[in-house]
Each structure stands twice: as structure tokens, then as C-alpha cells.
Design a protein around this ligand. Structure first.
Ligand code: UDP
Length: 352
């Protein structure tokens, strides 16, 4: 089987970390295509280096512009590669613009598309990730939802049962791998770990100000690796100097995966608007505070380990930072850490 994996952003690289190792173990001819969506060292090359992900066979030199322009240039780049390589199947991850571009390019060439993390629905039809995921799902031939709710959504929307496989979350594979390789211990060391990057928060002067104000006013020790998009916006909205000089919030450059998991594993709580960080924090037994009122994994909320502190109100955030302290049961929601093996097996059966 010749499989072409398309990656473009930080969360894609982290999933590819497990997937590429599983391909290697199964002697699969995997062609890796990097769309260039995340291109600076800390958001891209760092992960290939530290996680020993094979160097991409094709890397797009993305031309920055509006979303439509960027997506179109990625689509055209991927189309050229697909025509050249003619894989048996194209693999795409999650909900980013690279996913959308690759899924459309491949489907148009009648090359089957496999979608990892399919089916997740928040019900917000204008959310950029929701649009990408729905379109990618619609043109995919085989779908791998990562949680029960995503599987249920696909069934509800009429997807063919034989094309949908619920095997768990490939992020858990990556997390388990790094935790065991580096013997990372879960502990609580008196700080909160924070990440912020979603368009809804980073691009809104009011919401970003509420986040910055709440972090500073809480007086808590907060470790905050800042996504490049958020850093630019903080500078534009004149928030950056204040938070950087606050004394209690430790601003850092984005960190590598190992450092990120170490920091998360040692935190008292995690506050974030990231889909991936939220799930990892839950897997690492941390109380999770979500800075956006969009629910992707209802069962994390239902069991009480995640709370929503929407960034529309500073006091929501302050209250959660001070008081969110779940004690109840924390059910296993994300599978057994063997998701990539199960996906590879199905792909070999279908396209091998
Ligand atoms: N992450 C990282 N370094 C950081 C922040 C996040 O390695 O400084 C990892 C994190 O562990 C998770 C992934 O990046 O696996 C999440 O990516 P992001 O928050 O950019 O995207 P999302 O998951 O929201 O799509």
C-alpha cells in the first residue's frame, strides 16, 4: 500500500509522530507531504526533529495571504503531488485548512481519503474548524472518529456504518508514547498551564483583553507558551508588554511536545482554548478550563473535569482559575493508546 499523509500544523505533526512510527513498523510506503501551513521553527521543524518524524518528501513554500488564498495554494500544491505519486489512499487529520485542501484535492482525483478525527461537531456552523471538518468528512471514504460522540454524529448524518471506525484518539497514542519514553510523572507543582490560539479569542480585542486581565488579576503562577498568532495579536492590541511584565504570568515561546507534556503533567490545572491541549490535560488527570463556549467533547464536561469559562467575561475566567477543582470520577474517553495500529490495519485491509 502506498499511503500519502498530509500534515500542515502543530497538532498534525503530533498525531503523525505516532502514525509514522506505526507505518514504519508495518513496512508501509508512507509519503509525507507538508503543506507549509505552520512553517516557523517552533511550530514545525522542532517537532520533526524532537519526535524523529521522517522528513517530509514534499514541503510547500506557502505564500501567506487570506485563508482562501492560502487554502487554494495548498490545494494546488497537493494536487500536483497526488498526480505525481498516485497513492492508494490519502490520509488527513482533524480540522485545519490543510485537511480541507488535501481532502478536496484527493477526492477530485478519485484517490480515496481517510480522515482521522472525523465527525466531531460543535453545532457552530460558522466555526472555521467545523467547516473544515464537515467538508473533509463529506469527501472521505473511510472515517476514524476519535470519541463516541463523533461516531454518533456520523451515524446520525447517515454515513455508511462500514466506513466508520471508532478506535480512539491518536493523540493518546502520542501522549502514551512520550510519557513512557521519558518516564514523565503526573504531579501538582503550584502553577497553571495556559495556551490560547483560537481565532475567536486571539482575533478579538475584547476577549483577548479579558484573558490577559484575568491571568494577571488571578495572581497565580501561570506558565503560558504563546502561539505566534496570539503574540502578534497581543502586540497589536497593546496587551503584550503588560502580561510579559506582570510578574505572575510566565510568557514563553511555544515549546516542543516533550516540554509541553512535562509542563502539563506538572500543573495544578490547565486553561486553554486548544482542542488537543484540553484532551491531553484530561488524559493527564488535570482539571481543565476551556476559554471558549464551544463543546466538542460533552462527556469531559459532564463528568465535571472540564469547565467552561468563556472569554467574553473576565470574571468567568477568574472564577474558574480560583474555584474549578473537580473531585469526581474521570472516565477513560480516548481509547487505549493503540489507535494508530488499528487504523493501519483497516487501511491495509481496504487499500493494501
Ligand atoms: N503543544 C506543544 N507546544 C506548545 C503548545 C501546544 O507541543 O507550546 C501541543 C499540544 O501538546 C497538542 C498540540 O500542540 O498536542 C495542540 O495544538 P494546538 O493547540 O495548536 O491546536 P488544536 O489542538 O487546538 O487544533
Amino acid at each position: 500500500m502506498k499511503l500519502l499523509s498530509v500534515v500542515g500544523t502543530r497538532p498534525n505533526f503530533i498525531k503523525e509522530y505516532s502514525f509514522s512510527k506505526t507505518c514504519e513498523e508495518n513496512d508501509i510506503d508512507e509519503i509525507i507531504v507538508h503543506t507549509g501551513q505552520h512553517y516557523d521553527y517552533q511550530m514545525s521543524q522542532l517537532f520533526f526533529k524532537e519526535l524523529e518524524i521522517p522528513k517530509p518528501h514534499y514541503i510547500n513554500e506557502i505564500l501567506k495571504g487570506r485563508i482562501g488564498y492560502e487554502t487554494a495554494t495548498m490545494l494546488s500544491f497537493i494536487e500536483e503531488v497526488l498526480i505525481e505519486e498516485r497513492p492508494d489512499v490519502t490520509l488527513v487529520y482533524g480540522d485545519v485548512n490543510s485537511t480541507l485542501a488535501a481532502a478536496i484535492a484527493s477526492a477530485k482525483l478519485r484517490i480515496p481519503v481517510a480522515h482521522i478525527e472525523a465527525g466531531l461537531r460543535s453545532g457552530y456552523r460558522h466555526n472555521p474548524e467545523e467547516i473544515n471538518r464537515k467538508v473533509a468528512d463529506a469527501v472521505s471514504d473511510v472515517l476514524f472518529p476519535h470519541i463516541q460522540e463523533a461516531y454518533d454524529s456520523l451515524m446520525h448524518e447517515g454515513y455508511e456504518k462500514n466506513d466508520v471506525y471508532l478506535f480512539g484518539d491518536i493523540m493518546k497514542d502520542s501522549l502514551d508514547r512520550i510519557v513512557s519514553e521519558f518516564d514523565i510523572k503526573i504531579s501538582r507543582n503550584g502553577y497553571i498551564y495556559a495556551t490560547v490560539h483560537r481565532e475567536e479569542n486571539a482575533d478579538s480585542p475584547e476577549r483577548l483583553k479579558n484573558i490577559v486581565d484575568a491571568f494577571i488579576e488571578s495572581g497565580m503562577n501561570i506558565k503560558f507558551p504563546v502561539h505566534p498568532r496570539t503574540k502578534n495579536k497581543m502586540m497589536e492590541f497593546e496587551l503584550y508588554d503588560r502580561i510579559a511584565n506582570s510578574g505572575n504570568v510566565e510568557i514563553m515561546e511555544p515549546v516542543g511536545y516533550l516540554e509541553n507534556i512535562r509542563l502539563m503533567a506538572g500543573a495544578d490545572k490547565v486553561i486553554t482554548d486548544s482542542g488537543g491541549v484540553r484532551r491531553e490535560a484530561y488524559m493527564l488527570e488535570k482539571p481543565v478550563i476551556s476559554l471558549i463556549n464551544i463543546i466538542w467533547v460533552p462527556s469531559m464536561l459532564a463528568c465535571g473535569w472540564k469547565t467552561i469559562a468563556d472569554a467574553s467575561e473576565k470574571n468567568n475566567i477568574l472564577d474558574a482559575i480560583r474555584n474549578h477543582d473537580p473531585k469526581g470520577e474521570r472516565p477513560e474517553l480516548f481509547g487505549d493508546g493503540k489507535t494508530s495500529e488499528k487504523i493501519v490495519k483497516v487501511l491495509l485491509e481496504r487499500y493494501g
